[in-house]
Design a protein around this ligand. Sequence first.
Ligand SMILES: [Zn+2]
Ligand SMILES: [Zn+2]
Length: 227
Amino acid sequence: MRNCLNCNQPILQNHSLKDIIFCTQPPDDNLCGFCRQQLSQLKNFPHCRYCYKTSTSDICSDCENWREKYKIFNQHFAIFGYNQFIHDYFKKYKRYGDVLLARLFISDLKKWARCHEFDVVTYIPSSDSHYIERGFDPVYELYKDVFPLTKVFQKVDADKPQAQKNKMERMLTPQTFRIVNDFPKKSLNLKILIVDDIYTTGRTVLHARQLLTDIGFQNICTFSLTR
Ligand SMILES: [Zn+2]
Ligand SMILES: [Zn+2]
């Protein structure tokens, strides 16, 4: 019997008869029904079609801002809304460094990956200083068993972590990535996906995206577990 990676309760106990008969709970699920109930699936709510942010209009103010001010037209995908459960999850995973929690959402991520196809999937890496401090790269760990990941970006240490900035400061943050030397910059028609853990203003993934569009790549989407 599997136990929930989050609360350690046996997962099967929470199966309804319907789940067992119709196999609606995937076999590799690491979350029990009780924990799952606390998640908010963005696709179940009216959302911005360009970033999945909960929104009653077709395009949210963040996306409008990126389009009007910065001429950035991106398609972002996300699965869960940022709420208390997600906040607590990232606190345990990233701040306290519980690397086992990288697999908490594996079934949800794999399910999404099965329905979307890309030529290259890359990730937002942590800075060297964060990597040394934590001992692992949280975004890489989150996705390494979901997609074949290619390292495209390298993080240059920023002035202060994104989490300590207000919304305005985040949007104005200068470029903090560079492309690794051995990434082939020729096949410009490749369909690329950039994955991150959390999308707040979009500044982080859009910086990474910008580096690729500057070279001439055009077919780029971004993804985060939560928005
Ligand atoms: Zn649980
Ligand atoms: Zn949006």
